[in-house]
Design a protein around this ligand. Structure first.
Ligand SMILES: O=C(O)CC[C@@H](O)C(=O)O
Ligand SMILES: [Zn+2]
Length: 463
């Protein structure tokens, strides 16, 4: 079939104005937030119903045409990039919130529901959707499920996986499967729902998700603590976890702080400049809990683990403290960073970080390394900023060598080459650093069951 015939057929499967082929649309919907791949889709198609999604997939399956799912396009691993003439299936018009069930604390979402829309809906019901991250204003639930999105509250609430009660998916043959029926207890064999979470659209497309909601947290209170070195963050985490149920424990370096201060719109937490900072959060539901937090802070200062600190006293202060952490990714994006999203078990974090720091520092002393991340989950975001005098190509070529070193260290510590951003195309060639050949063979066999013609987001996770 010629490309023109494909486009003409697509126009019969959805509303004709819901197929776009203009250059601006191809560029916009053909990529995510990664900058390494040039988008080159054949067309963008916007289904409005499950039946339309099924029709698109059946047609693609017959004609062996590659499909790429597209949500809020905030991904950082090129899992939603169409670089090879694929048809992009955007869920922008399947963005409705459906039935809410107060007893089950569940709500039905179409895949294009934006994360913040769900958070807002939960709030209106006096509840809470706890998966949160800086891109919540644009990321969509379907994409969050596809990547099993994590974020800043994982230490308390876990990843997106924990909040999916049930899924409707369209497989690579166009079949509609209803997975788990929103049950809490269901011991009837394989939980296929879990396979689709984190599958990056390679097994099929999520066309509906029932999401769980949670009791709203009370009086969230944050502390930012400055530490004399990275290693001191670990006993601080331990001391606070002993006393409090933390809802977050994040960290960032002085370099990240400097970039945030450079914006001029975020107040400094305190005057003392420290090499590293921890941001922790808890529910200050009673005076006892607030006093426990202050006593733990004092203990950390006495031990020399903390140089200075501040505790939020109002919603405004809480929000300002969070900006120090949440604005980092967007702020440093102006320096064209080389990015990595890696994890190890929490106890191994200091040795792991020092190994990476010293190998990169030794070979590329002029590279500025910005560390931040979800330290309470063992998840570090390694960002290296492009020196001004290096061209983008030269910089990324040097970073290809850095990749190898970083992933060898990840392997040595039994860690993950992608903690929360996914494999997509950026980590595909490095998957063997985290998954055995036997595991990869099983994953490919599973894909062949759901997607026998390999049309669902091909070239993502593995080839
Ligand atoms: O930009 C990054 O490297 C991380 C983005 C995001 O996962 C975050 O935690 O802010
Ligand atoms: Zn993150």
């Amino acid at each position: 079939m010629t490309p023109d015939a494909v486009i003409a057929t697509l126009k019969t499967l959805v509303d004709p104005d819901k197929v776009r082929t203009d250059a601006e649309s191809l560029d916009n919907w053909g990529k995510d937030w990664t900058k390494h791949f040039a988008p080159a889709p054949l067309a963008i198609v916007f289904p409005k119903t499950v039946e339309q999604v099924q029709a698109i997939v059946r047609f693609a399956n017959e004609q062996k045409l590659a499909l790429v799912p597209s949500g809020g396009r905030t991904g950082l691993s090129a899992a939603a990039v169409a670089a090879n003439g694929e048809i992009v299936v955007s869920f922008d018009y399947m963005n409705q919130i459906g039935e809410f069930n107060a007893y089950d604390r569940t709500v039905v979402c179409q895949p294009g529901v934006v994360t913040a829309q769900l958070q807002q809906f939960a709030e209106e019901k006096g509840l809470y959707y706890p998966v949160d991250f800086a891109s919540a204003g644009s990321s969509q639930i379907g994409g969050n499920i596809g990547t099993n999105a994590g974020g800043i509250k994982v230490i308390r609430y876990g990843m997106t996986r924990n909040w999916v009660a049930g899924l409707k998916v369209v497989t690579g043959t166009g079949e509609l499967l209803e997975l788990n029926r929103d049950l809490i207890k269901n011991a009837t064999g394989y939980d296929l729902r879990q396979l689709f979470i984190g599958a990056e659209g390679t097994l099929g497309f999520v066309v509906e998700a029932t999401m769980r909601l949670e009791r709203a947290p009370k009086n969230l209170t944050a502390m930012v603590l400055g530490t004399p070195d990275f290693d001191s963050i670990m006993p601080v985490l331990h001391a606070f976890q002993d006393k409090l149920d933390l809802t977050a424990f994040e960290f960032f370096s002085d370099k990240a702080m400097a970039k945030i201060m450079g914006r001029g719109d975020v107040p400094a937490p305190f005057e003392t400049e420290c090499p590293f900072y921890a941001l922790l959060e808890f529910e200050a539901v009673s005076e006892d809990i607030a006093n426990d937090a202050l006593a733990t802070f004092e203990h950390c200062v006495e031990q020399g683990w903390v140089l200075d600190g501040v505790m939020s006293q109002s919603q405004q202060q809480l929000e300002n403290l969070w900006k120090l952490r949440e604005f980092i990714s967007e702020t440093i994006s102006h320096w064209t960073p080389y990015k990595n999203d890696i994890s190890v078990t929490v106890g191994k974090v200091p040795a792991f970080l020092h190994d990476i720091d010293s190998i990169v520092g030794e070979h590329y002393p002029d590279f500025e390394i910005v560390w931040f991340g979800h330290i309470g989950d063992g998840n570090l975001h390694l960002n290296i900023l492009k020196p001004e005098n290096l061209s983008k190509d030269e910089f990324f070529a040097k970073c290809a060598t850095v990749n190898k070193w970083v992933f060898e260290i990840v392997e040595k510590y039994n860690g993950s080459i992608s903690a929360e951003h996914g494999v997509g195309m950026t980590k595909r060639d490095y998957l063997t650093y985290s998954r055995s050949p036997e595991e990869i063979a099983v994953m490919k066999a599973i894909k062949a069951v759901f997607d026998p013609n390999g049309i669902m987001n091909p070239g993502k996770i593995f080839n």
